[in-house]
Design a protein. Structure first.
Length: 252
């Protein structure tokens, strides 16, 4: 049976198949495998091989089937992909890991700088609200959002989406628009890349086109769709900071 370290090292073999999709896929990040008791940190060396670095007690609370990206304080605050080992029983496990590596790239390249430009982030910071990304009261059931969300594919998709997004900004206000654009960029881009990866390796799309309930992940769906529409009209997505500005400015 393949050992855990072999499964982790398979990330680098998988990378060879998919790295041509986007320049940000050319880099691998530390991987942390969580159990109830501990966090095992693995990192990649200059020979492109993952090695076990160290274990630390899991004082963060155990989350079953976690797939996330977090900075690891005891590892020089480096951003890492956090998983539980059950991920390796999933067909698209390596596409999921590269989705988290995209979040690692966002964190290292521009996430903080962009976040600092947001009124909603600065307001949350002054209230010491670290959960604003989860708890922001976005009006998912507002008709302006539902119409945007439910838009069907048209030949003029990008123009239509831009009109709906302008309407959301005008009717629901700057804060909602900021929040929507933030979630669309952060999760939408990671999903866009993950979908490109699964297409490349012949797996089915990882996410549904629509969800039965309107919630935060509706913004992940609209984000991936908006990014896809922008890229189909040649928006620059090699620089994700510029992509964020393009999305925020809502024009191409
Ligand atoms: Zn994500």
């Amino acid at each position: 049976m393949e050992s855990l370290i072999d499964k982790i090292n398979a990330i680098t073999f998988f990378q060879k198949q998919i790295e041509h999709i986007h320049p940000l896929l050319k880099r691998c990040f530390p991987v942390v495998v969580a159990t109830e008791a501990k966090l095992d940190i693995y990192d990649i060396n200059s020979e492109n091989t993952y090695n076990f670095i160290k274990s630390i007690p899991n004082r963060f609370g155990f989350i079953k089937s976690i797939r996330a990206a977090f900075p690891i304080q005891v590892y020089d605050n480096r951003i890492a992909c956090i998983i539980t080992s059950d991920i390796f029983s999933e067909k698209n496990c390596y596409a999921t890991i590269f989705h988290e590596f995209i979040h690692c790239q966002q964190f290292e390249l521009c996430e903080n700088e962009l976040k600092n430009t947001l009124k909603i982030y600065n307001d949350a910071k002054s209230k010491e609200d670290s959960m604003w990304e989860i708890n922001f009261p976005f009006p998912y059931i507002a008709k302006e959002f539902i119409e945007y969300y439910e838009t069907q594919q048209t030949p003029e998709m990008l123009t239509v989406l831009i009109q709906y997004r302008n309407r959301i900004k005008a009717s629901l206000g700057l804060e909602c628009y900021e929040y929507m654009n933030w979630e669309e960029w952060k999760e939408g881009f990671a999903r866009y890349i993950e979908t490109q990866i699964t297409k490349e390796i012949g797996l089915s799309a990882p996410y549904p086109k629509q969800n039965p309930t309107l919630a935060r992940d509706s913004l992940y769906i609209t984000g991936e769709r908006f990014i896809r529409a922008l890229i189909s009209k040649s928006a620059d997505n090699s620089n994700i900071g510029i992509l964020y500005e393009t999305m925020y400015n809502n024009e191409l």
